[in-house]
Design a protein around this ligand. Structure first.
Ligand code: ADP
Ligand code: MG
Length: 244
C-alpha cells in the first residue's frame, strides 16, 4: 500500500552534509501494524516524515496505492496530510489553550470552510466525542492539556489523528515520553484501533519492548533497512489493560 523506494535524504547545515537515508526500501502492507526500530539518530523520524509527505526526499520515491506521492503539488499533499494520513508524535503537539475535545476537532476546523464546518459540526462533534470515549477519556472532554496526564494527552492526540478517518497512522515514538504502564496502554490502544478501524499503522520507536504486540518489526541502520523479522505470534498484551 505504502512503498518507499531507494529513498535518500541528506540534511545540510552550513557546509556540513549529514546523510541520513542512503538507500532505504520499505513496503507497508494494507492493514498491518508495523514497527520500525533503530537507534536514536538512525533516521526513523526522517523516514516517517517522507512517508507522510511532511518532507521531500533527495532521491527515490514514495508510492501510495502505486502512485507517486513524494512529488505532488502542495495542495494535493495538504489533502493527503489531512485525509489520508494521521500523525502521532512523541510530545503530543496539543494546543494548550484548547480543551481535549477542541484539540481532537482541530483537523476538521482546518479542512472545512466556515460554512462546511457549520453544516457538519454535529456529526464531527459526535465523532470526536466517540473517539475520546474510546480512548477512555469520556470524562475529560473539557480538560485542557495541562490538566491531563502524559498518557491522557497522547490518547487525546490519537483521537485527533483518527478524526478524519485516515487510512494510515504514522506514529513517531508515541510512548517515548511515557512510563512503561502508560506506554503499554498506548500500544494496546493502537493495536485495538488497527483492528477495529482498519487503519494501517507505522510506528517508529527505539523501545524494543513495546513492539511485541505489533505484526512485524523492521530495523534501520546506516540509512537503510537492515533486518526484516518474521511475523510474530500475537497474544494478549496484558490482561490488566484489557479494560482500557
Ligand atoms: P531518529 O528519529 O531515528 O532519532 P532522525 O531522523 O530524527 O533520527 O535524525 C537522523 C539524523 O539526522 C540525526 O543525526 C539528526 O541529527 C539529523 N537531522 C534530523 N533532522 C535534521 C534537520 N532538520 N537538519 C539537520 N539535521 C537533521
Ligand atoms: Mg526520532
Amino acid at each position: 500500500m505504502l512503498i518507499a523506494e531507494n529513498l535518500q535524504k541528506t540534511y545540510r547545515r552550513h557546509a556540513v552534509e549529514v546523510p541520513v537515508l542512503t538507500r532505504l526500501n520499505l513496503e507497508v502492507r494494507t492493514g498491518e501494524f508495523l514497527s520500525i526500530i533503530g537507534a536514536s539518530g538512525s533516521g526513523k523520524s526522517t523516514l516517517l516524515h517522507l512517508l507522510g509527505t511532511l518532507d521531500e526526499p533527495d532521491g527515490g520515491r514514495v508510492l501510495l496505492d502505486g502512485k507517486r506521492i513524494d512529488n505532488l503539488p502542495s495542495r494535493a499533499r495538504d489533502r493527503l496530510r489531512n485525509e489520508t494520513f494521521g500523525y502521532i508524535f512523541q510530545f503530543y503537539h496539543l494546543l494548550p489553550e484548547l480543551t481535549a475535545l477542541d484539540n481532537v476537532l482541530m483537523p476538521a476546523y482546518i479542512s472545512n470552510s466556515t460554512l462546511g464546518w457549520w453544516r457538519n459540526r454535529a456529526r464531527l462533534r459526535h465523532r470526536a466525542e466517540e473517539l475520546l470515549e474510546k480512548m477512555g477519556l469520556g470524562h475529560r472532554l473539557k480538560h485542557r492539556p495541562r490538566e491531563l496526564s502524559g498518557g491522557e494527552m497522547q490518547r487525546t492526540a490519537i483521537a485527533r489523528a483518527l478524526l478524519m478517518r485516515p487510512r494510515v497512522l504514522l506514529a513517531d515514538e508515541p510512548t517515548g515520553n511515557l512510563d512503561a504502564k502508560a506506554g503499554g496502554e498506548i500500544v494496546h490502544l493502537l493495536r485495538q484501533i488497527n483492528r477495529e478501524e482498519k487503519v494501517t499503522i507505522v510506528m517508529v520507536t527505539h523501545n524494543t519492548e513495546i513492539v511485541s504486540e505489533t505484526d512485524r518489526v523492521v530495523r534501520m541502520a546506516g540509512g537503510m533497512m537492515i533486518e526484516e523479522a518474521p511475523p510474530q505470534p500475537r497474544g494478549p498484551f496484558h490482561p490488566r489493560l484489557a479494560a482500557v
